[in-house]
Each structure stands twice: as structure tokens, then as C-alpha cells.
Design a binder for this molecule. Sequence first.
Ligand SMILES: *Cc1c(COP(=O)(O)O)cnc(C)c1O
Length: 415
Amino acid sequence: MVRQAEIPAISAGELPGMEAPRLGEPYLLTPGPLTTAYGVKEKMLRDWGSWDGDFRAMTAALREGILALAGDSRGEFDCVPMQGSGTFSVEAMLGTFLAPDSKTLVLSNGAYGTRISQTLKRIGRAHVTLDKGDYLPPRGSEVAEILKADPAISHVVVVHCETSSGILNPIEEISEATHAAGRKLLIDTMSAFGALPLDMDSIRCEAFVSSANKCIEGVPGFGFVVARKSELEQAKGNCHSLSLDLHDQWVNMEKSGQWRYTPPTHVVAAFIEALRLHRLEGGVAGRGARYSRNRDVMVAGMRALGFETLLTDRWLSPIIVTFFNPADPAFEFGRFYDLMKQSGFIIYPGKLTVAESFRIGCIGRMDEHVMSDVVRAAAAALETMGVRNANPPQSALREREKLLDMPPVALAANE
Ligand SMILES: *Cc1c(COP(=O)(O)O)cnc(C)c1O
């Protein structure tokens, strides 16, 4: 057994803040919380008064910094941060923008889509769910058909990168179909914002939501909703919850520059530094490019060991990748996890109902050299376990063929 203190220091990259975690600290190959730069953590060593001008300036910088990433050249959007984990902000977005008499189409293909339906049920908002199962993408043509058949549907909600399988959902065609039918779109882009383009000038939506501890590489503690100001203005009195009311949070922030209730001051300070590092890296394009290299190096290395991805390349996101467990009876996920951890890498269990699987995240403060080390650690773990071949069972591969059978994009709205 390798003790924590003996974990070798892993390759440092050239980007500022890309140094390896402190000795004994593992890399988090998980979709948030994730590995953050030392400088980001360091910013939390100071206390801030939430009412003080210095902190109000930080809140303003945070809102502007996020808006700058949203490509809103017409200035139609505003950013409203909300205390809590990402789910709190998702619930705030749904409760605030879906009026009590609205009806929503939820596009679901994984745990986060399911959570949206659950939330709407809990807060009493009418909805129908297009459930595509564990990982098949909802298509624009399907959305167009459903909206045509049910004029009562006012809104569509979609998850951008469904983090439970890692699939990158086709939000462009979904946004086109929704807009063509004259309905409104809300996007959960929690795990993609900051690394994948979500340009408000080209993707038509009313609001989207993300959080501090995903691709911006901050620490957990708040989320944020970017919404059309016209929607925020109309949303007064919609929300089922006092603390999650984005309209009230927005009005108060515009008036006083302050959060309504105690803000996560240290988390905000860390986030400002995370935004600075994001800009230094070349913004969304730079960050997305690093994550894509992380994915490419890791997936190629894992495939060379015999592992197979759940998704075909067309649907693989640079955020997180799902692998089938090997069929070899010597493979046991708990053991594999422990061995990977001993090598300095925390991986993530799978969330599929169709097959045994595990996940490896590509996001966080690490580069492709680290990903090569991940592959080497996986190879060593297989050897220790006595797994000769990491090929998945045939049944898992047959499952994947469903993706290849998917019809090409045919947007009914464009015919
Ligand atoms: C991380 C994530 C959330 C929010 O999860 P929390 O655990 O509440 O932070 C919501 N949607 C998606 C797609 C996510 O990846």
C-alpha cells in the first residue's frame, strides 16, 4: 500500500496555477467540486464584510465577469448569483421563471434531467417529460413535434452537458425548435459553462444556470443564473420560495449591490481569482481546448488498455467520460477506485441503469500530462487486480449501438 505522503508529485504544466496539488492531495477527476489552483484556495485566507464596499465591488466584478462569458452583445441579459450548491440555483431559476400557470417540457436523459422533473413536481409546476433514458440525446425534431401537439406548453428545459453520462446534448437544434414554436427555453449548463460556448447571440434562450465549482474552477458555495432582463422584470411574485427568489435577489442587488442574505464571502473571493485565471487561459476557447486535450489523451489511453466509452465520439463531451466496467471477473470497481486513489486520483462511480460503469472527469486545474498519468495509474491498477483485458461485456457494446442507429437531425420546424 502506498501511503498518502508517498504519492509522487505529478507533472506541473506551464499555465499559472497549473502546479500539482500539494503533496498528498489527490487530483479530483470529478465534475465539481474539482481540483482548483492553489492561488484560488489562497484567496480564502481573508475575511470580508458582506456590506462593505470592497465586497460589493467583488460582487459586481463577479456578475460582470460571468456576463462577459455569455456573449450577450446586445446587453439584454443580467447575472444573478444565488447562495448554495448548483441545485439551489436550478430550483431558483425554475421557480422564478415558470409562473404558476406555466407548462413545461422537460428534456431528460440522465440524473440532472430527472432532478428538474422532480423539482417541478415538488414546487407544483405543470410539466411533461420527454424521457430518453440514460444517455440518448433529445433531438430538435422531437421537441418540435411535442410543442406542435401541445400548445399549452410555454417553456422547455434542457441540460447542456448531462453530467451523469457525460453526453453533450444538441442545444442548438433544441433552441431552434423551441424558438420556432414561439416557446421559451431554460438551460442547465452547470457543467459546461466556461468551457463550451453558450453564445446568447446565437443560442436563443431566456435563462441559463451554472455554478462556481465547475468549469470556472472555483470552490463550491454559490450558483448563478444569467437571464433576460425582460424575464427578470416579469418574474415578480412567481417564486414558491423566499430565499430562492431570483427576482427579489436581482432587485436587491441592483439597488444595494448586496446579496439579500449572508453571501459566501470567501467563495466569492476565490471565484474572482478563478475568473482571472480563466481569462489568462484565453477564456472559454482556451479552457475548452485544454479540457478537450484532457479528454482526447485520456480516452485514447484508456481505449488502448481495452476500455470502451459509453458514448460514440460524436456525443462525447470534454467534461466527463463514462467507461464501461471491464467484463473480466477480476475487475471490481471498489478495488479499482482504491488503487486509483493511492496513485493520487479520485475517480467517480457510474450512474447508468443499463450497464456497470465508472466516470473520469476532464475538468479542473490539470492538463494532458496529468491525464497521461491517469492512464498509467489505470494500467497499473488493472495489473495489480489481475485484469488482463479491460474490454466491456458484449451486452454493453450492443447498448451503445443504439446511438449509431439515431436518425440524423431532421428539424420539423425547418421543413
Ligand atoms: C453539478 C450539476 C448540477 C448541480 O449539482 P450540485 O450538486 O447541486 O452542485 C446540476 N446540473 C448539472 C448538469 C450538473 O452537472
